[in-house]
Design a protein around this ligand. Structure first.
Ligand SMILES: NC(=O)c1ccc[n+]([C@@H]2O[C@H](COP(=O)([O-])OP(=O)(O)OC[C@H]3O[C@@H](n4cnc5c(N)ncnc54)[C@H](O)[C@@H]3O)[C@@H](O)[C@H]2O)c1
Length: 346
């Protein structure tokens, strides 16, 4: 088991990679705990949950909306949860995002911790304290940054994930490697078969590496005023693709990374050899699917992106495997590159 600690003003958050999720009981207060989960996770693991009230939402992105937050808050009230209450999220990125958001605003904030059950949430979503919901078709528009007290990443839970969900998580693992960890990239390239077999010890090592990198970035820049922006590599195009094509998050980010890599190559920031390595790795895991956002929609979706400030976008380029760079570009340049990229693939 690896323990990674995030220290930010006001809270110390512990991420336990390789810990058994059933040990959570020892981390909970004696009273006022409510579990928030989704129907899939409840069906698979509910019989071993700690004996506290459980509220389940429908699985999937459609639960990331304000209406669900309101429903959950009403349920907490009905359960008599007060300011000393504790929310335990048990689920993937969706459950952690909504439970973390609810914990941040319910009675102006109550305690929370996560058992992170999907690869995507173990690698990425549950580290860093970002939470929130979507607003219409704009991703993560409403939310705050607030660290949970702990996150348990038990890799044995990944066995029950569908292949698509598992691959979606791998995309975020590859993202971490591309932006900040050359050795991790090598390890992923060299261990294709073991990764596809979901070998527990290897996954624990890879996830711990990814969490360590994200923890470092978040500790340096919790509120995303600088360094943290690099974690958005692939996300400007990725979010547009996710909302328009209804791809799973990781697949959308993988396509976003492919375009951002090509964009970096056009700008002369990355060599042809490294560009090919990145795109080949994404292809090897079957992460790149056809997408075709029409011109008027791409403009609108990119304009909605939160990385936009004024007329420009803080776009994340790769400067080679393991290195990322945040550069301001115009919205027009970003949408124009998408159109050219898309048309080349037609
Ligand atoms: N907060 C952040 O920093 C951050 C970072 C990246 C992504 N995200 C968000 O995370 C969400 C995507 O996360 P996700 O891919 O985990 O989605 P998800 O929570 O919808 O989980 C994916 C599916 O897997 C199921 N599932 C979860 N754990 C399982 C298990 N152990 N066995 C079987 N099935 C299981 C779920 O029921 C769901 O159907 C997106 O909304 C994205 O915006 C947030």
């Amino acid at each position: 088991m690896e323990k990674i600690v995030i220290k930010t003003p006001g809270i110390i958050s512990e991420i336990l990679v390789g810990e058994s999720w059933e040990s959570v009981t020892s981390m909970l207060p004696e009273r006022g705990v409510v579990i928030i989960t989704d129907d899939n996770v409840l069906r698979l693991y509910g019989d071993k949950f700690p004996k506290v009230p459980v509220i389940a939402v429908s699985h999937g992105e459609s639960s990331k909306k304000l209406g669900v937050i309101e429903y959950l808050a009403e349920q907490l009230l009905l359960q008599g949860v007060d300011r000393s209450g504790f929310i335990l999220a048990v689920g993937g990125g969706v459950v952690c995002d909504i439970a973390g958001f609810l914990a941040s605003i319910y009675m102006r904030g109550i305690r929370c911790g996560y058992i992170s059950t999907s690869l995507l949430s173990q690698v990425d979503a549950s580290t860093g304290g970002k939470n929130g919901v979507n607003l219409g078709d704009t991703k993560n528009m409403l939310g705050v940054i607030r660290q949970p007290e702990f996150v348990i990443c038990d890799t044995s839970m990944l066995i029950t994930l569908s292949d698509q969900e598992y691959l979606s998580g791998l995309a975020e693992l590859i993202k971490t490697a591309v932006i900040g960890d050359y050795e991790l990239f090598d390890l992923i390239e060299q261990n294709f078969t073991k990764i596809m077999a979901r070998e527990k010890d290897l996954l624990t090592a890879l996830i711990a590496r990814s969490v360590k990198f994200k923890a470092y970035v978040v500790t340096e820049d919790e509120l995303e005023t600088g360094l943290r922006r690099i974690l958005n590599f692939g996300h400007t195009y990725g979010h547009a693709i996710e909302m328009h094509m209804f791809f799973k998050h990781g697949f959308a980010v993988a396509s976003g990374m492919e375009i951002a890599t090509e964009f970096s190559f056009e700008k002369g920031y990355i060599s042809s050899v490294e560009k090919t390595r990145i795109i080949n790795l994404l292809n090897k895991f079957g992460l790149l699917n056809y997408h075709n956002i029409p011109d008027d929609q791409i403009d609108r979706l990119i304009l909605h992106d939160k990385k936009k400030t004024g007329a420009g976008i803080n776009f994340i380029f790769t400067e080679g495997i393991g290195k990322a760079m945040d550069k301001k570009v115009t919205v027009g340049e970003v949408t124009d590159f998408y159109k050219r990229f898309r048309n080349k693939k037609l």
